[in-house]
Design a protein around this ligand. Structure first.
Ligand SMILES: *[C@@H]1O[C@H](CO)[C@@H](O)[C@H](O)[C@H]1NC(C)=O
Ligand SMILES: *[C@@H]1O[C@H](CO)[C@@H](O)[C@H](O)[C@H]1NC(C)=O
Length: 514
């Protein structure tokens, strides 16, 4: 190097992921490698059956804690951008941006209706019955996990304590970017996927009027968002003084418009370079891939050049995950949560915990226990041949789109042994994998041509879950080379907003492998 030439300083990006039960952050290098991660739990309250609420103040505090932890080894000036993803929960604030309670108990701090809250089933069914044109974008059926039924529930049930006071309704990812920058601009990802917004026209006033929420039209829809932009677009002037102080970063640090958590995972995995893997998707367009984000619930993200309408599957949504292409989102409302639920309810669960103590976790214990139960002649698959689970304990999101469905188990005996628990665990995973096949078939029928599955999220670390998905669907399964696809996806937003890269696709291409 010439004398006096400056070495280019090391730069980093921060990704923040607000999941169902915890907040995580990652510091990611210019090359897309994880430098460090941190995690903090967040509270979930269940004031009554099927109601799940959180606190936006607590969530923001925890975001600040984890960002401070992951950036402690670098100078503030080295952090070039930050991006947020979160569950698609509904945050309610008043005129002066203070929390508004969303429960009958009136606790002001509990101002977030969680994504998995099914209080608005009846409202969702009524919205479906209107048969309004916007429903064609959500598979024909309004889910209680989307925002319009939740808003309607608040108006009908908490008119005085909530609806009249509320001045701002945010999807949680947009709340976080507002908190960071003061910008009220919403991400197209949230508005299009969960709020029936449809670019280029935007909001459909006749929809809101027909469901009885005409008050939201006021002031150019200011309560639910008058301005939108694609994910990763730089917001405002970056971090405000106040947010920068909270997060321990420099004011003005670039902040990208947010993504829903599943979409961040999809972005972090679907573009992975698979050259040399000899996969059926290798010489195929990216539209031959489906990303599955497998955690508490599972999301099935399929993209296409032309809009495809899949009954019982959300979308098509333009640019909601990958810019310029259409997204269909299938899903299962309870997957990781179902496996936990089924195991915890079994008589041998305590025994399992004791047995698994020497292992890294109960799943790896169960996986090897099942292998030892299968003798040389029978595959693990066949152990479950007389025990069957119907996995819709929390309703069916896709492709039946029936939130009222319930779970079933057939083939039970009086056995309470660990073997019996292991078989129930296997049958549950098989049921979930067959649910994925059901979704794939619906997508295929509508014109998708999916050749390979790209899995990420907590459940993708469970080797049996991954293998059974390959066996049940007959498709190869690819895992990202970095297991934290969701955090990487969030950091991609910060990198994109920093304008150190020419486009979001460039960042994804440079950062992700398999
Ligand atoms: C993280 O970044 C710091 C500061 O540049 C560096 O000293 C450290 O070695 C990095 N750690 C990893 C695991 O890359
Ligand atoms: C998946 O299928 C293969 C081939 O039939 C079989 O060998 C294997 O045991 C199956 N895996 C599981 C987990 O059952």
């Amino acid at each position: 190097a010439q004398q006096g030439e400056k070495k280019s300083p090391l730069v980093y990006y921060v990704g923040v992921d607000v999941g169902t039960a915890s907040v995580r952050a990652a510091l990611v290098s210019r090359a897309g490698l994880l430098n460090s991660t941190a995690e903090e739990p967040i509270s979930i309250w269940e004031p009554q059956a099927d109601h799940y609420v959180q606190s936006s103040s607590e969530i923001w505090e925890k975001c600040c804690t984890v960002v401070k932890v992951v950036t402690q080894s670098v100078e503030r000036s080295q952090v070039r951008g930050i991006g947020f993803d979160a569950t698609c929960s509904l945050v309610v604030l008043d005129q002066s941006f203070q929390p508004v309670p969303v429960s009958q108990d009136g606790d002001r701090q509990r101002n977030v209706v969680m994504w998995m809250d099914h209080r608005a089933e009846e409202q969702a069914a009524r919205i479906t019955n209107t048969g309004h044109g916007v429903l064609s974008r959500v598979g024909g059926v309004m889910s209680p996990e989307m925002q319009p039924p939740k808003l309607l529930w608040l108006k009908e049930n908490l008119k005085e304590s909530c609806w009249k006071e509320a001045a701002h309704f945010f999807d949680l990812p947009d709340f976080l970017s507002w908190k960071a920058t003061g910008s009220l601009t919403r991400s197209l990802c949230t508005l299009v996927c969960k709020w029936t917004y449809c670019p280029p026209e935007g909001w459909d006033a006749s929809f809101w009027t027909s469901i009885g929420l005409e008050d939201l039209l006021e002031n150019d829809f200011s309560k639910i968002g008058s301005v939108s932009c694609p994910p990763g677009s730089p917001l405002g002037d970056g971090l405000t003084q106040e947010a920068a102080a909270d997060l321990g970063l420099d004011p003005g640090t670039a902040v990208g418009a947010s993504l829903i958590d599943a979409h961040a995972g999809g972005l972090g995995v679907i573009g992975a370079d698979v050259k040399g893997f000899h996969l059926p998707c290798e010489d195929q367009p990216i539209t031959s891939r489906m990303a599955m984000i497998c955690g508490t619930s599972t999301c099935h993200m399929a993209i296409s050049e032309q809009p495809l309408f899949v009954p019982g599957v959300w979308g098509p949504c333009l640019s909601a995950m990958v810019p310029g292409v259409w997204l269909n989102e299938g899903g299962q409302s309870a997957t990781g949560r179902l496996i936990d639920h089924v195991m915890k309810g079994h008589a041998a669960y305590t025994q399992l915990q004791e047995q698994a103590r020497q292992r890294s976790n109960i799943y790896s214990y169960l996986n090897s226990h099942l292998s030892s139960m299968a003798d040389s002649r029978s595959a693990v698959d066949l152990l479950g041949s007389s025990l069957h689970v119907w996995p819709d304990f929390h309703g069916n999101r896709s492709p039946l789109a029936d939130p009222t469905l319930k779970g079933m188990v057939t083939g039970l005996s009086l056995s309470q042994t660990l073997d019996d628990l292991a078989l129930l665990y296997l049958a549950t995973i098989q049921a979930l994998a067959l649910g994925t096949l059901h979704i794939l078939e619906a997508m295929k029928e509508a014109g998708h041509d999916i050749r390979t599955l790209f899995l990420c999220g907590g459940l993708s670390k469970n080797s049996l879950f991954v293998q059974i998905h390959a066996n049940a669907t007959g498709l190869p399964v690819v895992l990202p080379d970095q297991m934290e696809a969701v955090l990487i996806g969030a950091a991609v937003l910060g990198a994109c907003a920093s304008q150190d890269y020419s486009s979001i696709q460039t960042v994804v291409r440079e950062w992700t492998g398999a």
